[in-house]
Design a protein around this ligand. Structure first.
Ligand code: FES
Ligand SMILES: [Fe+2]
Length: 329
């Protein structure tokens, strides 16, 4: 999709899951049009740097090795530290401290890996929301839910979808009936924002009494990177849905679900019938949206439906703060 804003959006972004980065291993990554190398050092810390070695330009993510807390280039063995600086050169008694690679700040939370991106490499300007602590009113212990790995996660790669489009979906109560085949239309009960956080609550009215909400969906958007959602009522699971630009024109999408344990069940994974249900009802629901998103065109001045106009306009205005550079060509 062609959009009038950049794909190099500022903020925290999911770039994977922790289990994809084992101790002592080096991996390549590519987001925001940039090549990166990621490694987990022997103490278990995760680090990320720009990928291309300052010596002769090898991509360290292909064949690099972990040495202590450094990553070693596969070409001539130069070592680079988590601070980005050259830390050692074979057969030389001193490193070349004038050489350094861009550091990509990474943070892990409950098995998810987030990366800070600023188009001019500025350091994190705000903290990533905590997936569990951000909802003190609900169950905060991850152990009260089934481990989402590997059953309750899903990823779509290189979809032609800008994060702004996904974000706007949350202000759009009218699409549930048509896209998601909902039998009742959800009501937007509340929306507010505070700097980098957007908070909304939607309610699913009871068939018999529209004033009673059968299910409430609480969603906190961490900038344009995605949403941490807590369900309350008929279901009480927790979801992180994130969209991360790979380069101009496409994004990866990540979906992680924490489903509350059935009473008395302490096995690590959910029973098969529950797995099937989550897979069918939730993990696949993103496909419904993608059917629209993949071919949607950006409308700058939409004729909003009456119920959604206020929220939509405010959301679009709020999202401007994450665009620190002009649109890509
Ligand atoms: S290119 Fe990396 S050490 Fe030579
Ligand atoms: Fe949707």
């Amino acid at each position: 999709m062609k959009v009038p804003f950049t794909w190099k959006v500022t903020g925290w972004w999911q770039v994977g899951w922790s289990h994809e980065f084992p101790v002592g291993e080096v991996r390549p990554l590519h987001y925001f049009g940039e090549d990166m190398v990621v490694w987990r050092d022997e103490h278990g810390e995760l680090h990320a740097l720009e990928a291309h070695c300052q010596h002769l330009g090898a991509h360290i993510g292909y064949g690099g090795k972990v040495v202590g807390d450094c990553v070693q280039c596969p070409f001539h063995g130069w070592q680079w530290g988590p601070d980005g600086y050259n830390a050692a050169i074979p057969d030389q008694d001193k490193p070349n401290r004038s050489k350094s690679l861009r550091v990509w700040p990474v943070q892990e939370q409950h098995g998810l890996v987030f990366m800070w991106h600023h188009p001019h490499a500025e350091p994190p300007a705000w903290e990533m929301l905590d997936i569990f602590a951000s909802y003190p009113e609900f169950e905060q212990d991850p152990g009260a839910y089934y481990d989402p790995f590997p059953m309750f996660i899903a990823k779509n790669e290189r979809e032609p979808v800008h994060p702004q489009i996904v974000l706007e979906n949350s202000a759009d109560s009218a699409h549930f009936e048509f896209v998601h085949h909902a039998t009742v239309r959800p009501k937007l009960l509340h929306w507010s924002f505070d700097e980098h956080l957007w908070y909304f609550i939607a309610g699913w009215p009871d068939h018999h009494d529209p004033e009673v909400m059968r299910l409430k969906i609480h969603s906190k958007l961490f900038g344009l990177g995605g949403a941490i959602t807590a369900f309350e009522g008929a279901q009480n699971h927790r979801v992180v849905f994130s969209t991360t630009p790979v380069e101009t024109g496409c994004s990866d999408m990540f979906y992680t679900i924490w489903w509350p344990r059935l009473p008395g069940d302490d096995s690590p994974t959910a029973p098969p019938d529950l797995r099937e249900r989550v897979e069918k009802e939730f993990l696949s629901s993103v496909e419904d949206d993608l059917l629209i998103w993949r071919t949607q065109k950006w409308i700058e001045h939409p004729a909003y439906s009456k119920v959604d106009a206020k929220g939509y306009t405010a959301l679009r205005k709020w999202s401007q703060q994450f665009y620190d550079v002009p649109p890509d060509d």
